[in-house]
Ligand binder design. Structure first.
Ligand SMILES: NC(=O)c1ccc[n+]([C@@H]2O[C@H](COP(=O)([O-])OP(=O)(O)OC[C@H]3O[C@@H](n4cnc5c(N)ncnc54)[C@H](OP(=O)(O)O)[C@@H]3O)[C@@H](O)[C@H]2O)c1
Length: 308
């Protein structure tokens, strides 16, 4: 079967940009996939450094995906990690996993849309572990819907989670970091800060808002020795993507589809990222090696936006 006859199973380019899964379900419905067409691709595990020995790290949204991988990675490098998310059983599972590996971590159930819960989460972690040095404000949701079909409640939920949730986290983290003599605040942005896809109006606007927050917070708190930056992933194989899986697709088919999607859409590296690769980027940006990096978004997209 060749592409020329128009019958070949193909994943259209740019259907899923920077974690945006718009169109993927529709594509699946009219695409039959061979698992043999998948190229998994992977990267070596991060080096076993101890850059965060006794540093206190808070992470929002670490019950799954990028946040979970970051909680594990920070703890592996010696950090005391406090993390949140709404799904309690998953949060406790991540906590157990980190502790079983000899790390230090505490899960606190918290919803980033609720100011009192964010404040309580941050305060409790700082009190429990003694200060605050690094934050990864990562919690996020994605809505795929044309603007005219979107309810105001749906818009608000995306904005409240992805943008207001970051504002709230920064608001409550900064006083602790000032008391600790400085720190690093990272936010999980998105390639959608820079480009978009149909149906991603609320998501792209929310991530664009993150860009503005990062720049301004860097200016506000630079004098306090607090660096602020965004880690901005391209499409990454997490629950955000798996939420688009249609019910009639089995595990093998879904894995093959994601691999084929990555090959077709991530122009340089030809695959989706693994959440661990975003965690590695976050740890690198938060480290003292990056002491002059602030007020910017660092795109980690496998070269997805490099291609036309
Ligand atoms: N995957 C991608 O392709 C991609 C690309 C670019 C950017 N990103 C960004 O990466 C971040 C992490 O997403 P992911 O890809 O790792 O997907 P994920 O596996 O779905 O993780 C999202 C995390 O955010 C948490 N969360 C969502 N709403 C929350 C709320 N109201 N309060 C507290 N926690 C909340 C979730 O926990 P609970 O559900 O337990 O609350 C979960 O831990 C997001 O900001 C996303 O926009 C992802």
């Amino acid at each position: 079967m060749s592409d020329d006859d128009g019958t070949a199973p193909r994943i259209g380019r740019r259907l899923l940009l920077a974690g945006a899964t718009a169109g993927l379900t529709a594509e699946l419905a009219r695409t039959s996939l061979s698992p043999a067409s998948a190229s998994a691709g992977s990267a070596p595990p991060p080096a076993q450094l101890r850059r965060y020995e006794n540093k206190v790290v808070v992470i929002t949204g670490a019950t799954s995906g990028i946040g979970r991988a970051a909680a594990i990675a920070f703890a592996r490098e010696g950090a005391k990690v406090g993390f949140c998310g709404r799904r309690e059983s998953l949060g406790l599972q991540v906590e157990r996993e980190i502790r079983a590996a000899g790390g230090t971590a505490t899960y606190i159930r918290s919803d980033v849309r609720v100011p009192a819960q964010v404040q309580s989460f941050v305060d409790r972690v700082a009190q429990l572990y003694g200060g605050l040095h690094v934050a990864l404000n990562n919690a996020g949701v994605q809505l795929v819907k044309p603007l005219h079909e979107m309810t105001v409640a749906e818009w608000d939920d995306t904005a409240h989670t992805n943008t207001r949730g970051v504002f709230l986290a920064i608001k409550y983290e900064v006083p602790h970091m000032k008391r600790s003599g400085g720190g690093v605040i990272l936010v999980t942005g998105s390639a959608n800060e820079f480009a978009s896809r149909p149906g991603l109006g609320a998501y792209s606007a929310s991530k664009g808002g993150v860009t503005g927050l990062v720049r301004t917070a860097a200016l506000d708190y630079g004098p306090d020795r607090i660096r602020v930056a965004a880690v901005s992933p391209g499409t990454t194989d997490t629950g955000l993507v798996d939420a688009r899986r249609p019910p009639n697709v089995n595990d093998e088919q879904w894995a093959a589809l994601k691999a084929q999607y990555g090959a077709a859409n991530v122009d340089a590296l030809r695959r989706m990222a693994r959440p661990e690769e975003m965690a590695t980027a976050a740890l690198a940006l938060a480290s003292p090696d990056m002491s002059f990096l602030t007020g910017t978004s660092v795109l980690v997209d496998g070269g997805m936006l490099a291609g036309l």
